[in-house]
Design a protein around this ligand. Structure first.
Ligand SMILES: *Cc1c(COP(=O)(O)O)cnc(C)c1O
Length: 602
C-alpha cells in the first residue's frame, strides 16, 4: 500500500544528431501533487497554504537535483528523488515495450538500462517489484530479466563517494524494496558461499548490507550484483576498481568487468565553443569530416612545424583570450576548472601561486613570465574544507592584485558559477590545463580532454585519463609530475608525515606559513592546518615535483614555436577522446547493438 502518491509529468528534450536525420529524446520528469493532494475543504475555509501543502511536498521532489544530504531531511528527499525518477522511467520503458511485444521473453533483449553511477541503483529492486508484484512473474524469471537488462558505470575510486543508505531510512520510505534487497542479498551470499565455502570475512565484505554501528544498504554492491556488466571510465580506473574497491566482485565474476574510457563531444567542445579553431582545423584538413570522425585530427600533425599555420594557431588562441577577458591576452593562461574537491588538489595550485608571489617579491626585477591563473568550480553545499580553499583563492587573488610588485606578473581570477556554458568560454582560451589530482583518485576526468582538444597543454599526474592523453600526445608534449598511484599507496602505507616535507623545504615552509599567518586576508588557517596536520591527498609530497614541472612549462613557453608545436600536437592526437568513440564502445561491448541507418519517412 503506497504511503504517498506523486504524479510524474514527462517532458522531452530533443537531441538532434549532427548532420543526421535522427533526433533522440531525453525524457525528463517533474513531480506533481496528485488530484487528491489538493484539500478543497481547507481551501474553502481560507487555509490556502495548508490546502496545497501535500502538493508542495510532492513538487519538492524534483525541485533541485542532488539535494543537500548533510541532514536527515535532505537524505530523505534525495532517496525519494532517486526513487521517483527511476520509477517513472521504468514504468515508461515497460509501457513502450508492451506496445509492441507480448510477454517478457524479449524484454532484456530489447532494453538496456545503463546505471550512470549508483544514483539510479534503486531501479534494480524497483524493476523486480514491478515484475514480481505487479506483473506476477516468478522471482527467478524476474531476476534473470533484471540482471540482463542493467549495466553499471562506476565513476569514482573514493570509498566515501560510494553511496550507502541507512536501513532505517529504507524501512520507513521503501519497505517493500528493502524486502526485495534482502532477498537479492540472501541469494547472492549463497552464491558466494558456494564459491568460497567458509570464507565468512568475504561474505561480510561483499554483503549488500553493511553491518556497522548502523546497518546500511551499499548501493554499489547492489549495482554490481544486479547487472550484467560493470565498467570504469578510464584504463587506470577500471584496473583499480578490479584490484581495490571491487576486488571481491572481480574475483567472483572476472568477465563482468570492463573499461570504457570517457569522451567529450567535438560538436559542443570544439565547434560550438571554439569556432575560430574549428575553422582553422577545417582549413588545415581540407574538410570538416573531423567533426564526425575525430581521429581525422591526426591530419594536423603535418602542420605542426608549418610556421604560417603556427602563426594562425597562435592568433586563434590570442583572440579567444581577448574574448574571455580574464587577463592580459599575452600572458600564459593557466586554468584549473573543475569541481572543488581536496583530491583534485586546488590547494596544491594555491601553494604554487603563493610560492610565485614570494619569489617575485624577493626578486622584483627577475625575468618573470606573466601568468593569468583562472580557477572556476563549485563545492558541494556541505563541503566545508572545499569552501575554505575557494575563500583562500579569492584572498590570494585580492592580495596579489593590490601588490604593485607582483601584480604585473601574476593575476589570480576566480570565475563564479562554473557550468558547461562557462566551460565553453574558458576552454578555448586556455594555454595550460591543470590536471593535478593525487594519482589513483580521479576516475577519468573529462575537462582534461576538452582542454587538450582545444590545444591547451596539460600539467598533470599519472591519474585517470591523463595517462591515456599522455600516451597519445607524447610525453614530450605533456608536463608530468608527482607520485604515481602505486607510489602514493606506498607513501600511505609507510606512514605519511606532511611536516617532514615542510621542515625540509624552505620555500614550502614560507608558503604555508604565509597562508597561516594572515598574509592573505587572514583566511588561510584552516587550509594550512589541514595541509600540515594530515594532508589527506599528499599535496606536500608532490609540491617540489609540481614546481619543477612548472619550471618546464615556463621553459617551453619562452619558445613560442616549440609551444605552438606542442599545442597543435595535443589537438592532432586527441581524436580518441571523442564521445562518439565512447558511445560506440558502449554499443559494441556492453549493449551489444550495432548501428542502423535511420531514414526520414517520405
Ligand atoms: C567538463 C566539466 C567538468 C569535468 O571536469 P573535470 O576537470 O574532468 O573534473 C565539470 N564541470 C563542468 C561544468 C564541465 O564542463
Amino acid at each position: 500500500m503506497p504511503g504517498e502518491i506523486v504524479l510524474g509529468e514527462p517532458s522531452h528534450m530533443l537531441v538532434p544528431g549532427y548532420g543526421t536525420e535522427t533526433v533522440n529524446i531525453v525524457r525528463l520528469w517533474r513531480a506533481r501533487g496528485s488530484e487528491a493532494s489538493f484539500d478543497l475543504s481547507r481551501f474553502s475555509a481560507g487555509q490556502y497554504a495548508e490546502a496545497v501543502q501535500e502538493a508542495v511536498r510532492a513538487e519538492n521532489i524534483s525541485k533541485v537535483l542532488y539535494p543537500d544530504d548533510s541532514t536527515e531531511l535532505g537524505r530523505e528527499l534525495r532517496l525519494k528523488q532517486q526513487y521517483f525518477l527511476c520509477s517513472c522511467s521504468l514504468r515508461d520503458i515497460i509501457r513502450r515495450f508492451r506496445l509492441r511485444n507480448e510477454g517478457w521473453d524479449d524484454f532484456a533483449e530489447k532494453t538496456v538500462i545503463q546505471l550512470n553511477d549508483t544514483h539510479p541503483t534503486i531501479a534494480i529492486p524497483e524493476l523486480m517489484r514491478l515484475l514480481v508484484d505487479e506483473y506476477e512473474l516468478d522471482w527467478d524469471r524476474a531476476w534473470a530479466i533484471t540482471r540482463k537488462t542493467f549495466a553499471y558505470t562506476c565513476h569514482t575510486l573514493l570509498p566515501e563517494a560510494l553511496e550507502t543508505w541507512p536501513v532505517h531510512l529504507f524501512e520507513r520510505l521503501l519497505p517493500r524494496h528493502l524486502e526485495i534487497i534482502y532477498l537479492i542479498n540472501m541469494l547472492f551470499l549463497r552464491e558466494v558461499e558456494e564459491r568460497f565455502p567458509g570464507d565468512v570475512d568475504r561474505l561480510r565484505r561483499m554483503s549488500i548490507i553493511g553491518e556497522g554501528n548502523e546497518r546500511r544498504v551499499r548501493m554499489a554492491h547492489l549495482a554490481v550484483v544486479g547487472t550484467e556488466a560493470v565498467n570504469g571510465v578510464a584504463e587506470l580506473h577500471s584496473k583499480l576498481l578490479r584490484e581495490t574497491v571491487l576486488q571481491d566482485f572481480a574475483d567472483l565474476w572476472p568477465a563482468k568487468f570492463q573499461n570504457v574510457t570517457n569522451g567529450v563531444s567535438p560538436r559542443r567542445f570544439v565547434k560550438l565553443a571554439n569556432p575560430r579553431l574549428s575553422d582553422l582545423i577545417t582549413e588545415g584538413l581540407g574538410d570538416d569530416g573531423w567533426l564526425r570522425d575525430l581521429e581525422r585530427l591526426a591530419g594536423l600533425e603535418r602542420l605542426a612545424d608549418d610556421a604560417a599555420f603556427g602563426e594562425r594557431w597562435r592568433a586563434v588562441k590570442r583572440a579567444n583570450k581577448v574574448d574571455l577577458a580574464a587577463g592580459d591576452p599575452d600572458s600564459l593562461t593557466d586554468v584549473m576548472i573543475k569541481r572543488f574537491h581536496e583530491y583534485k588538489r586546488q590547494q596544491l595550485k594555491v601553494l604554487h601561486m603563493v610560492t610565485m608571489y614570494h619569489r617575485i617579491r624577493a626578486n622584483p626585477t627577475g625575468d618573470w613570465i606573466p601568468r593569468t591563473v583562472l580557477f572556476a568550480g563549485k563545492a558541494a553545499p556541505a563541503y566545508h574544507a572545499a569552501k575554505s580553499i575557494i575563500r583562500l583563492i579569492n584572498a590570494v587573488g585580492a592580495t596579489i592584485a593590490a601588490d604593485p610588485v607582483v601584480a604585473p606578473y601574476l593575476k589570480v581570477v576566480f570565475a563564479e558559477n562554473y557550468n558547461v556554458t562557462l566551460a565553453e568560454q574558458i576552454v578555448p582560451a586556455a594555454d595550460l590545463s591543470e590536471q593535478i589530482s593525487l594519482a589513483g583518485k580521479e576516475a577519468s576526468g573529462t575537462g582534461n580532454m576538452k582542454l587538450a582538444l582545444n590545444g591547451a597543454i596539460t600539467v598533470g599526474t599519472l591519474d585517470g585519463a591523463n595517462i591515456e592523453i599522455r600516451a597519445r600526445v607524447g610525453e614530450e608534449n605533456f608536463f608530468l609530475f608527482g607520485l604515481d598511484a602505486f607510489q602514493a599507496a606506498e607513501v600511505r602505507i609507510a606512514g605519511y608525515r606532511p611536516r617532514e616535507h615542510y621542515d625540509r623545504d624552505a620555500e614550502l615552509k614560507t608558503a604555508i606559513d604565509s597562508i597561516a599567518d594572515g598574509t592573505f586576508g587572514g583566511v588561510g588557517q584552516e587550509v594550512a592546518e589541514s595541509l600540515l596536520g594530515w594532508d589527506e591527498y599528499l599535496s606536500l609530497a608532490d609540491y617540489r615535483s609540481y614546481l619543477d614541472a612548472q619550471e618546464e612549462v615556463e621553459l617551453a613557453w619562452r619558445d613560442p614555436a616549440r609551444w605552438t608545436r606542442m599545442s597543435i600536437l595535443n589537438t592532432a592526437r586527441s581524436g580518441f577522446f571523442s564521445s562518439d568513440r565512447t558511445v560506440a564502445d558502449y554499443a559494441a561491448r556492453i549493449w551489444r547493438v550495432s548501428p542502423i541507418t535511420v531514414r526520414r519517412e517520405p
